[in-house]
Design a protein. Structure first.
Length: 286
């Protein structure tokens, strides 16, 4: 019987300090299940002594070597935009790209981060009250989560960040996209939590190298839902505190998986199995 030949596909991730990323394993495992000889490489700026200034050459090299797609992470999500031919509407709104499709000599920029958070939220916190949401963090991840929560119908969003100017910039940008919502820069976290239905946490606090809580646990009440973006570890101090206080809580694993689901679909044109990718992610992080 003739040996079945798998269709080759190559992709990669550009970013700094990405050696521990689980994205390559998720893509390659799903690719194999779909009949692809899927190779996914890390293009770690720290490892090759490069920076975001080297993106033109890195993109050209990827194209020359036949890569069909690139995921983009810190510190390149905004820096990559001038070197792309087209942007999706979401990428244009967010002014950030995490997925670049390389096809027919052109570069197409997309953002699957926001959809990844939204899909995880819909599945993990069904029926959550979006009347008034507090968000901690206005960096790159915070822009994606704010866009997602507003796309899902949040009526009020209060954004807090240690850099007030960054919070104001996010609030201003989102207000232009979602004029029907009330979007403000928060000044009094205790008061905001007192009237909020839920909390989105979009800072690095809770990661292994940034331990601790992003707010006082006493501000969490059983009526709050809590959505986390940190996924290493999956069970952060915030999630533990939230569950102890009776809150519905969502870990950051779903966002990590579903952004990969979206990128896989864009790269390959195939429909990935979200359930299979979730199961693989859970196995890797168990």
């Amino acid at each position: 019987m003739a040996e079945t030949l798998l269709k080759p596909f190559r992709a990669g991730l550009i970013g700094a300090g990405i050696q521990a990323s689980l994205t390559p394993a998720m893509h390659m495992r799903e690719g194999s299940a779909q009949g692809l000889a899927y190779e996914y490489e890390l293009i770690d700026l720290n490892e090759i002594g490069a920076s975001a200034d080297d993106l033109p050459q890195l993109l050209a090299d990827a194209e020359a070597r036949g890569l069909g797609g690139l995921n983009i992470t810190h510190p390149c999500k905004q820096a990559v935009i001038p070197y792309l031919d087209e942007l999706s509407g979401e990428a244009r709104d967010l002014r950030a790209v995490n997925t670049v499709v390389l096809k027919n000599g052109r570069r197409y920029g997309h953002n699957t981060d926001w959809w990844g958070f939204a899909e995880s939220f819909r599945r993990g916190l069904p029926g959550a009250d979006l009347g008034a949401v507090v968000q901690l963090g206005a960096g790159g991840a915070g822009v994606a989560t704010a866009y997602a929560i507003l796309s899902m119908g949040a009526r009020s969003l209060f954004v807090f960040d240690r850099e007030r100017e960054r919070a104001e910039e996010l609030a201003f940008g989102m207000a232009a996209i979602f004029p029907e919502a009330r979007i403000e820069t928060g000044t009094d976290l205790e008061a905001a939590m007192g009237s909020a239905s839920g909390l989105v946490h979009a800072t690095p606090t809770g990661m292994a190298k940034y331990p601790g809580l992003p707010l006082e646990a006493s501000l969490l009440e059983p009526r709050h839902w809590v959505a986390e973006i940190v996924y290493f570890p999956l069970e952060t101090a915030l999630l533990k505190a939230a569950r102890l206080r009776g809150c519905r809580a969502l870990d950051g694993g779903g966002m990590a998986v579903f952004q990969a689901v979206g990128a896989f679909r864009l790269f390959t044109g195939l429909e990935p199995s979200a359930e299979r990718m979730l199961a693989h992610f859970r196995a890797m992080t168990a």
